[in-house]
Design a protein. Structure first.
Length: 142
């Protein structure tokens, strides 16, 4: 069975101006009307309080890592690395740069984890909104 035969009962949708219309249907759905529809949408932070808290913890940890990295780098520059047996000069600068690089990678990873959680929550909210719009449109067409 060809794939197009599976969709022979689905109405052909066409874009005309700013409205989406079905071939045999006289009703129009204006995108401006969709924005004004009342959705049963709750705030994402209310739907997933644990994920929102974890995201905040990741951001807090990232800021703490940045502060600790800055403090350690300044202490290394001021005191030198005599306690490790490296006496000033290029060794100290290399050690400071390595410390800053590692701290930056850790902080960026924590920020990315936090933002990933937020993106997944936004995707869920947008998917829910799209499903509600699709259900409204399909009910109107029946």
């Amino acid at each position: 069975m060809p794939i197009k035969d599976l969709f022979k009962d689905v109405p052909d949708k066409r874009r005309e101006g700013n409205a989406v219309t079905a071939k045999d249907d006289k009703s129009e759905i204006n995108p401006m009307d969709i924005d004004e529809l009342q959705f049963q949408e709750t705030n994402v932070s209310q739907r997933y309080p644990a994920l929102n808290t974890i995201s905040g913890i990741y951001i807090t940890l990232a800021v703490v890592v940045i502060i600790i990295t800055a403090v350690i780098s300044m202490v290394e520059l001021v005191m030198g690395l005599d306690f490790l047996g490296i006496s000033g000069g290029i060794g100290t600068i290399i050690f400071v740069l390595v410390t800053i690089a590692i701290g930056s990678i850790i902080a960026l990873s924590l920020f990315a984890a936090s933002e990933s959680i937020k993106v997944f929550m936004d995707i869920e909210a947008n998917t829910r909104k799209s499903a509600e719009i699709t259900n409204m449109v399909s009910r109107d067409e029946k």
